[in-house]
Ligand binder design. Structure first.
Ligand code: ATP
Ligand code: MG
Length: 288
């Protein structure tokens, strides 16, 4: 497996402590500057009687100390790392996208994962197995064909033909599942930043790990302007996560994926990076 980042993960791990405190320090400095600038701005607003501007400044200051520091740290440590999976020789990889909870983004992730993996330089044959009776994957493929888009992977209702493919992604229906029913190397379990979702996902993960499966939790639909979502990520330091983006919804609705070129949809670049980080972590997990 070829990686583009400098240094091994062991070296990175050794430097993590130093880097974290350096970033913490930098983030604090940033937050202080931010608060000072907002303070000055508010003084100008008071002097000129601009009440709207003053309120805007209040909103900014209200967030600066806690959330801006959190945002800064997370952007530095957790996300937008240079994509490592470009050019990876991903052969014979299979992944189940499953969660006991419904509506957590399994189908959206499955479709984009399959699309990303089909772009690998080795041009692997990719199959998306849509195991959900709601047929989200198949509905999306039909929509893509209707809109005249090429689907870069095959979509099927069963894994009967799976042996003819290099990469197989299973999109599961929600609900508890016996781990022995899963035929893939790894399980990707998206979860929303909520107490109930986390509790169900952690239980589901423990059940599967007890049966010897490799499971990766993936926080999904995070809104980084909410302190609670940032706090939620504290349990996933250094792990990939997916932010809430219109790009995911807009592409799916048009029978596209986040890899669609010239679609005019905003946020695709950031979404692709998130997906790259997720795939890197999954491939690392499969190889571990
Ligand atoms: N990162 C994201 N940002 C914004 N919207 C998202 C994101 N991920 C998923 N969604 C939206 O969340 C909704 C549920 O997604 P999806 O259908 O993929 O979930 P699911 O887990 O497959 O649901 P089900 O359990 O019903 O099969 C959809 O409207 C989808 O567009
Ligand atoms: Mg689904």
């Amino acid at each position: 497996m070829r990686r583009k980042t400098a240094g091994s993960s062991a070296q990175r791990g050794a430097n993590d402590g130093d880097q974290a405190s350096a970033w913490e320090h930098a983030a604090e400095q940033d937050a202080r500057w931010c608060a000072a600038v907002v303070c000055l701005y508010r003084c100008v607003c008071i002097a000129s009687g601009d009440r709207r501007g003053f309120r805007y400044g209040t909103r900014l200051t209200g967030r600066s100390w806690y959330e801006n520091v959190g945002m800064y740290q997370y952007q530095q440590t957790h996300t937008y790392l240079p994509p490592r999976s470009r050019g990876v020789q991903t052969m014979m990889f299979s992944c189940s996208v499953w969660s006991p909870k419904g509506g957590v983004g399994k189908s959206t992730l499955s479709i984009n994962l399959a699309a990303r993996l089909a772009l690998e330089t080795s041009r692997p044959r990719v199959l998306l197995v849509d195991l959900d009776t709601q047929q989200s994957g198949r509905t999306w493929a039909a929509q893509a064909k209707q809109c005249g888009h090429t689907v870069p992977f095959d979509v099927a209702a069963s894994d009967a033909q799976a042996s003819a493919y290099d990469i197989v992604i299973f999109d599961h229906a929600p609900g508890m599942l016996d781990a022995s029913a899963l035929k893939s190397q790894v399980t990707l379990m998206p979860l929303l930043p909520s107490f109930f979702d986390a509790a169900a996902a952690i239980k589901g993960q423990a059940d599967q790990v007890a049966k010897g499966r490799r499971v990766m939790l993936l926080p999904n639909r995070l809104e980084m302007n909410f302190a609670s979502d940032i706090a939620f990520l504290a349990g996933f330091v250094g792990k990939p996560y997916i932010r809430k983006r219109k790009a995911y919804q807009a592409t799916i609705a048009r029978g596209l994926t986040i890899y669609a070129d010239k679609s005019g949809i905003r946020g695709l670049h950031e979404a692709r990076r998130e997906m790259d980080n997720t795939i890197d972590a999954l491939i690392d997990l499969a190889a571990a």
